[in-house]
Write a protein of this length. Structure first.
Length: 235
């Protein structure tokens, strides 16, 4: 019986087939992406030449520990490929990301890449986005006012549910690598992701949201029946 960890490992290793010598790569954040970084390190140790941009300090530390060459987007502003995980994936390869709190850097890196490939186990596939609470990264200033405006403007977009500050260690809130906070929005369903994304961008205190729309070109999904590839129409 395959475990979820087995499936994550299978998806991560399948993505290695897309990596070519000399590539500039974006390295994602999260448990499945971490398995890709581990697998990539084995290839690097065997002579593969790549240069990589991590999407979080956690991924940076992992890659450094494993001897993967790193750069920054300031030094290498255009990447060939980003490999990352997702919290939800729908049939149009629209994603919810940010469960690990790295959504801002993940979106910047994905947008700077020629291709974004998502790796996941089949539990991440959904018909409608929204069962996983949507993360929204916000600045600290005016937090309560920002949360109230998020609640009002998302309701106008047809999304209603509990909106709460993500907790961190002890009594402190979770803080992103950029020093911002995360609001998790438990809408249950997001019938029109593009409408919601546009609405959230109208809130001044919102830095970025976890809806990744039109960014993923390919999803490599591992399930009990094996590994399959899902392509976005038009990608």
């Amino acid at each position: 019986m395959l475990t979820t960890n087995d499936l994550k490992e299978s998806a991560a290793r399948a993505a290695l087939d897309l990596v070519e010598d000399g590539m500039r790569l974006g390295l994602g954040t999260g448990s499945t992406a971490a398995r890709f970084v581990d697998a990539l390190a084995g290839r690097v140790a065997s002579g593969l030449h790549v240069i990589c941009v991590p999407t979080s300090e956690a991924t940076r530390a992992q890659a450094e520990r494993l001897g993967i060459p790193l750069t920054t987007l300031d030094e290498t502003p255009q990447l060939n490929l980003t490999v990352d995980g997702a919290d939800e994936i729908d049939d149009q390869l629209r994603l919810i990301k940010g469960g690990g709190g790295a959504l801002l850097r993940e979106k910047i890196v994905a947008t700077a890449s020629d291709r974004m490939v998502v790796i996941a186990d089949e539990s991440k596939l959904v018909t409608t986005l929204g069962t996983f609470p949507l993360p929204v990264e916000v600045v600290r200033f005016g937090l309560l006012a920002t949360m109230r405006l998020i609640e009002a403007i998302t309701a106008e977009a047809g999304c209603v549910g509990e909106i709460k500050l993500r907790p961190g260690a002890g009594d402190a809130p979770f803080v992103t690598d950029q020093g911002n906070l995360i609001i998790d929005c438990a809408f249950g369903a997001i019938p029109e992701p593009e409408v919601l994304a546009f609405a959230l961008k109208r809130v001044p205190g919102v830095v970025e949201h976890g809806l990744f729309l039109g960014l993923a070109d390919l999803a490599i999904v591992a399930g009990s029946g094996g590994v399959r590839s899902l392509r976005r129409v038009g990608a």
